[in-house]
Design a protein around this ligand. Sequence first.
Ligand SMILES: NC(=O)c1ccc[n+]([C@@H]2O[C@H](COP(=O)([O-])OP(=O)(O)OC[C@H]3O[C@@H](n4cnc5c(N)ncnc54)[C@H](OP(=O)(O)O)[C@@H]3O)[C@@H](O)[C@H]2O)c1
Length: 247
Amino acid sequence: MKIRVILAGATGRMGREIGRAIAQQPDLTLTAAVALDGHGRDVGEFLGLGPLGVKIVGRVEEALASAPAEVLVDFTAPDAGGRHALCAARAGVSPVVGTTGIEPSELEELEELCLRSRLGAVVVPNFSLGAYLLGRLAEQAVRYLPACEIVEMHHQAKRDAPSGTARRLAQGLGRGGRPVPVHSVRLPGLMAHHWVIFGGDGETLTIAHDTLSRSCYVPGVLAAVRRVRGLKRMVTDLGEVLDWEPA
Ligand SMILES: NC(=O)c1ccc[n+]([C@@H]2O[C@H](COP(=O)([O-])OP(=O)(O)OC[C@H]3O[C@@H](n4cnc5c(N)ncnc54)[C@H](OP(=O)(O)O)[C@@H]3O)[C@@H](O)[C@H]2O)c1
């Protein structure tokens, strides 16, 4: 049976990329689409696929009440993503959340709710495989070169700073209570770029990840949609939903 998916943020930059991919998978089906604007219009128009028979609605609650689903995928905004994930979890629908900048208290509530109800949820600030590997490689490097700083650069429309990915990297690389400094740049022309710069005696090491197209997020999100129901708790590490075991 196909996995039925509600997509929140369907008309956005990420929502369009992910919506197109979901609509093209034989084992997945879009049952509802949510956005602030475009109510009543067929989501296929926004995805460049022609009519899909799925009309856009304005609220996640409306989608959950009217469309059957196993999974809610959310790429919306910091002030909406946490509420959407909680609404889905209360309705027994597994959230896959890409939205960044969500209040930690909302994520704690989601984690507790998922544990109590043995519901799978995935909350990952960066679904790209390369960004995941950046984190793994940086964890190796910091053992030898503990002095490091993070530079994150994004397009000027990104609402949260530092990025969720940079926050996660900084948490993972901090040593002995020393916070890792993060520098944020917001400029037109950029997409999403994360560099970790390590300084040693007479040398530096830079590990850099550059997003060239939003298509890089698709395999991670699809893996999460396919695996989330089997998790029975909230996970925040992309490694837990990927096919392969990191070495
Ligand atoms: N985890 C990852 O790998 C990853 C990768 C890239 C981006 N992100 C994050 O994903 C999020 C979305 O990014 P984006 O660039 O796609 O943003 P975007 O282009 O601004 O799209 C946001 C979408 O969410 C909708 N929306 C916003 N607030 C809403 C609300 N309260 N209720 C319902 N729908 C709402 C918007 O609808 P309207 O257009 O009608 O306003 C639009 O469809 C951001 O938090 C970003 O940081 C995560």
